[in-house]
Design a binder for this molecule. Structure first.
Ligand code: NAD
Length: 370
């Protein structure tokens, strides 16, 4: 068994549409299904062209385009976006872009209660969760509220064709992190376990193909399918040490989101692995290898894909390690292995240095999982 004998699982009313071209061909129909007639389209400035195509497809149902989403959802941005929603008399929003654009859409939903349609263009998975984030006075707060969960998610693999290889890989590993931590979450359940295994398998298969040919639409579809599954795992479970560390590193030290996940994940998993044997069994099966932390570390082909390897490269200072560890160990949260300041500092130091993860299981060599 890969799950506990007792579990609870909640299904939220989210409709998912998945097909190449869907951003333009399916979004108007999704709006109509929800009875929405005046939608504000939100995006980041770099995603404006994509968002404009969606706005044009909505025709008379588009109440405007607000291309001002930025990283970490600053509260001033939310004020401006909510003013734009009110000025336009919008009855809903469509967020087109990565986690930052979807984050702004969620913040609007949190303030106004208006329904949100998400059209994701990265693998971050935010579209499948009821989790919101807001940054005020330099501090990022997060919370859960069903009102921010997008009512409809339009997955269009064509939107992801423009993702550069480094962002493809880091965003893909960001998705894998959700599945990894879901597998040892206190609220893992049989369906989550199945989604996580399939998500990890599909993403690990797609990323090397995309590194070779980022325009491979079939591999793009596979990666986005994996992102959906991994995002659903994130939405259904409580994350542990790895996500907590990334939250601290992003929120307090300003480190970039997907890149930080990529650097930290192999080390966080190597640390937790001895306390999460069932999760490791699933991950070994999905990746077809015994040493899972090493396989995750190797996914960027030994750094040859232009992705960062160490927290030092991302700008963290050695002097930050101890306070960051204290912060990440400071509040209680679920994790398979007891969270101690010393243990967290060890994970941080390994990620800071960026060498291969000390998974211990390497003594088993390349033994294939049974
Ligand atoms: P992002 O949305 O900030 O995008 C990163 C960069 O990629 C941006 O410059 C963006 O313009 C660009 N980009 C996006 N799609 C592109 C495409 N198809 N082609 C080319 N460039 C593209 O980054 P992200 O990693 O998607 O999201 C990170 C944010 O999402 C963080 O703030 C994180 O906290 C949040 N997040 C929230 C949840 C949740 O459940 N609430 C889950 C995951 C991530």
């Amino acid at each position: 068994m890969t799950f506990r004998d007792e579990f609870s699982y909640e299904t939220r009313p989210v409709r998912v549409v998945f097909r190449p071209g869907a951003a333009v061909t399916a979004t108007p129909g999704e709006a109509a299904r929800l009875g929405l007639r005046r939608l504000l389209v939100v995006s980041g400035s770099r995603g404006e062209q994509m968002a404009r195509a969606v706005a044009d497809a909505l025709g008379d149902s588009c109440a405007g385009l607000h291309a001002e989403a930025r990283m970490h959802v600053p509260v001033e941005d939310v004020d401006r976006a909510v003013a734009a929603v009110r000025a336009a008399g919008a009855d809903g929003c469509v967020a087109v872009g990565g986690g930052s654009a979807i984050g702004l859409g969620k913040a609007i939903a949190l303030r106004t209660g208006l329904p949100l349609i998400a059209v994701p263009s990265t693998y971050s998975g935010s579209e499948m969760t009821p989790v919101w984030g807001l940054t005020e006075h330099g501090t990022k707060r997060t919370g859960r509220d069903p009102v921010v969960q997008p009512r409809s998610v339009v997955y269009d693999p064509r939107l992801t064709l423009s993702l550069p290889v480094p962002l493809t890989v880091t965003s893909g590993i960001n998705a894998l992190a959700h599945a990894v931590e879901a597998l040892y979450a206190p609220d893992v359940s049989p369906l989550v376990s199945v989604m996580a295994e399939e998500g990890v398998r599909a993403m690990a298969e797609a990323l090397p193909r995309l590194a070779g040919d980022p325009a491979d639409l079939d591999a793009r579809s596979r990666a986005l399918y994996a992102a959906w599954l991994c995002g659903a795992c994130l939405g259904a479970t409580t994350m542990g040490l790895h996500h907590k560390l990334c939250h601290v590193l992003g929120g307090t030290y300003g480190l970039p989101h997907a890149e930080t996940h990529t650097v930290v994940l192999p080390h966080a998993l190597a640390h937790n692995a001895p306390a999460a044997p069932q999760a490791l069994t699933v991950l070994r099966r999905a990746l077809g290898t015994y040493d899972v932390p090493r396989a995750l570390w190797d996914l960027d082909l030994a750094g040859r894909l232009g992705t960062p390897r160490s927290l030092a490269e991302l700008g963290l200072k050695e002097a930050d390690l101890t306070p960051a560890a204290a912060r990440a160990a400071g509040e209680p949260y679920a994790n398979p292995r007891e969270v101690t300041e010393e243990g967290v500092r060890g994970v941080l130091l390994a990620a800071f240095e960026g060498g291969p993860p000390d998974s211990g299981s390497r003594t088993e060599g390349d033994r294939k999982p049974s």
